[in-house]
Design a protein around this ligand. Structure first.
Ligand code: SAM
Length: 202
């Protein structure tokens, strides 16, 4: 999968800006930190996180099963064996929210020091993901949201078939903005570290 990083995939070939610094600083405090990336794309950010972690702690990745399996194998090939893959099917109502729920059910306590939510950008999947992450991220840990302003309306993704899944009204609203504005900003359990992006669980 990592071989796809490059000019043929410009929008998903760059790691989340500043993520290496944030993970490095986290590992200084907690060398066995557990980091989660929800939505891996072609592994640009995952690879950057894995290189920063250098095999320390655990890196949990969530996406479709074939994607996380391929990415985990690629990272193993680079010598990183601290990757835990959580895959889901491509059935319509399946998503990483179900993998997260199963993890919470198994653990019953917060395990993540850092979670990067960069999946479908749909409230349908990302609101339950946040509700579950709220219980999986440790007090003092962080949740980072990508693409606060992204909306389907401006994207070519699924353009031909989108009308079967989403109304024009919904497609015109940035769903991550709605999630962050309604459920995270102003929530007494969270401190905003970077505007509309990085939040610390109190
Ligand atoms: C924008 S990409 C992630 C980019 C990646 N975080 C990075 O920084 O390189 C979004 C990812 O969310 C995943 N995704 C979207 N809907 C999903 C679903 N229902 N179940 C699992 N993964 C999903 C896609 O497969 C894709 O890999």
């Amino acid at each position: 999968m990592l071989e796809r990083i490059g000019p043929d995939n410009p929008t998903i070939s760059r790691p989340a800006p500043g993520i290496e610094e944030r993970i490095a600083s986290l590992l200084e405090q907690a060398p066995d930190a557990a980091v989660a990336e929800i939505g891996v794309g072609i592994g640009a950010t995952t690879q950057a996180i894995a290189k920063t972690m250098k095999g320390r702690g655990k890196l949990h990745i969530f996406d479709f099963q074939d994607s996380v399996d391929e990415l985990k194998a690629d990272l193993n090939g680079l010598g990183f064996f601290n990757v835990v893959a959580h895959g889901n099917t491509r059935r319509h109502w399946d998503s990483y929210h179900w993998s997260l729920a199963k993890l919470l059910d198994a653990m019953r306590c917060p395990i993540f020091d850092y979670a990067y939510l960069d999946g479908s950008h749909l409230l349908l999947h990302d609101l339950p993901a946040f509700v579950i992450l709220d219980k999986l991220v440790k007090p003092g840990g962080f949740i980072e949201f990508d693409d606060y302003g992204w909306k389907f309306e401006n994207s070519t993704w699924m353009k031909a078939t989108r009308h079967e899944y989403i109304t024009d009204e919904h497609a015109a609203v940035p769903n991550i903005k709605m999630l962050v504005d309604l459920f995270v900003k102003g929530n007494p359990n969270y401190r905003m570290v970077t505007t509309n992006r990085l939040f610390q669980r109190l």
